[in-house]
Ligand binder design. Structure first.
Ligand SMILES: Nc1ncnc2c1ncn2[C@@H]1O[C@H](COP(=O)(O)OP(=O)(O)OP(=O)(O)O)[C@@H](O)[C@H]1O
Ligand code: SF4
Ligand SMILES: [Mg+2]
Length: 343
């Protein structure tokens, strides 16, 4: 894995219009992805994961902050058109069916969407067959209609489609959430295998912490558009430092934190959106103190380079052990640890 960041997201803020108001969906989010690395974005529904992916793809306007891809500022839709045309940043979404034309055979649908890139029709077709083989699809799939494929096959088509332009970064937005558990592991392993061969970088979006941990080197934990914690995947998933991450871990199918220890309060009658000055998690935090309601927590850097935004976190007292694999916490195997670093 190279140290060169392929993508640097700094202070990203995205607001959506709701009537006359502009409502922030993502606030001051920063992270970077190195070549061959996977950074996972995790958080409950509405935490801004997809919005971050869409901002990277240039599909939503950016209110503040910057997105630098391969050393070029590509913030916002206008700048992004060029990079997207070059196919350097691609996406695999949860529902591949929605982006395949049901009335066309798969090959025609892909050629329509991806273009031929200056190749002859025959060369494009041969490339598709080759890519389909690499993602474990029989070559006959190129002439099949999308409705005849299984969910797993459609997702493999989506992966092949993303690879058509030899991208450097793929945004994987919940790519296995709609698949059967048995097929999920196959598709996750396929993504990892392709990454190894091509030194691809992934931004992997998910709400299942086990899946995100399996795929990621580094995890960014989001809550209502704010980063509450980030760090090496195994540390975040096994020795979470932030109360919200502990709640996420406790809620996972293989908790390493006791659910009783960290039961969060139900969402308070106080609208969390009203917490504009304090910690966004305060209305649900079981260990909140007075200052949490009035002051935004500082972002502290942990000994391993991770970040924690919590008034109660003290990096000096951080004795987080080197993470060990969690019993049964991964669908297939545990990813390799990443070296401590500064982000
Ligand atoms: N097009 C839009 N217009 C207005 N608000 C939007 C739009 N898309 C998303 N939002 C809001 O932005 C916030 C973040 O949404 P986003 O889809 O990024 O979250 P998410 O983490 O991907 O959620 P999920 O896990 O459900 O996919 C939510 O409050 C959502 O309601
Ligand atoms: S800052 Fe306060 S409310 Fe927020 S997570 Fe930490 S202890 Fe809880
Ligand atoms: Mg989403």
């Amino acid at each position: 894995m190279s140290d060169t960041p392929v993508l640097e997201v700094s202070g990203l803020t995205v607001e959506y219009r709701r009537g006359r108001k502009r409502v922030p969906a993502v606030s001051d989010v920063s992270f970077s992805i190195r070549e061959g690395e996977t950074v996972g974005l995790v958080g409950e529904s509405g935490s801004g994961k997809t919005t971050i992916g869409r901002a990277i793809l240039g599909l939503v306007p950016v209110s503040a902050g910057s997105i630098v891809f391969d050393g070029h500022d590509v913030t916002g839709p206008a700048h992004h058109a060029r990079r997207r045309e070059e196919g350097q940043i691609r996406a695999v979404f949860q529902d591949p069916y929605s982006s395949l034309n049901p009335s066309l055979p798969v090959a025609a649908s892909l050629a329509e969407e991806c273009g031929t890139g200056g190749r002859s029709r025959e060369a494009t077709f041969a490339r598709m067959v080759d890519l389909f083989e690499k993602v474990g699809l029989p070559s006959t799939v190129v002439s099949s209609y999308p409705g005849r494929l299984s969910g797993g096959q459609r997702q493999r088509v989506a992966i092949a489609r993303a690879l058509m332009s030899d991208p450097r970064l793929i945004i994987c937005d919940e790519p296995v959430s709609a698949l059967d558990v048995s097929v999920q592991a196959q598709v996750l392993n396929l993504l990892r295998q392709i990454q190894r061969v091509r030194s691809l970088s992934y931004c992997f979006v998910g709400h299942d912490l086990d899946v995100v941990r399996y795929m990621s080197d580094w995890i960014v934990v989001l809550y209502r558009g704010h980063v509450l914690e980030d760090g090496p995947a195994r540390t975040v998933a096994q020795s979470p430092r932030h109360p919200y991450t502990r709640a996420l871990v406790a809620a996972s199918p293989h908790p390493v934190v006791s659910p009783e220890d960290i039961a969060t309060r139900p969402p308070s009658s106080l609208n969390a959106a009203m917490v504009t000055t304090g910690c966004p998690f305060a209305p649900r935090c079981p260990v909140a103190i007075d200052v949490c309601w009035t002051e935004r927590p500082p972002v502290c850097t942990a000994p391993d380079g991770g970040k924690v935004a919590c008034h109660r976190y003290d990096p000096v007292k951080d004795t987080t052990p080197t993470a060990e694999p969690a019993a049964g916490g991964s669908p297939v195997e545990v990813p390799a640890p990443v070296a401590p670093r500064t982000r």
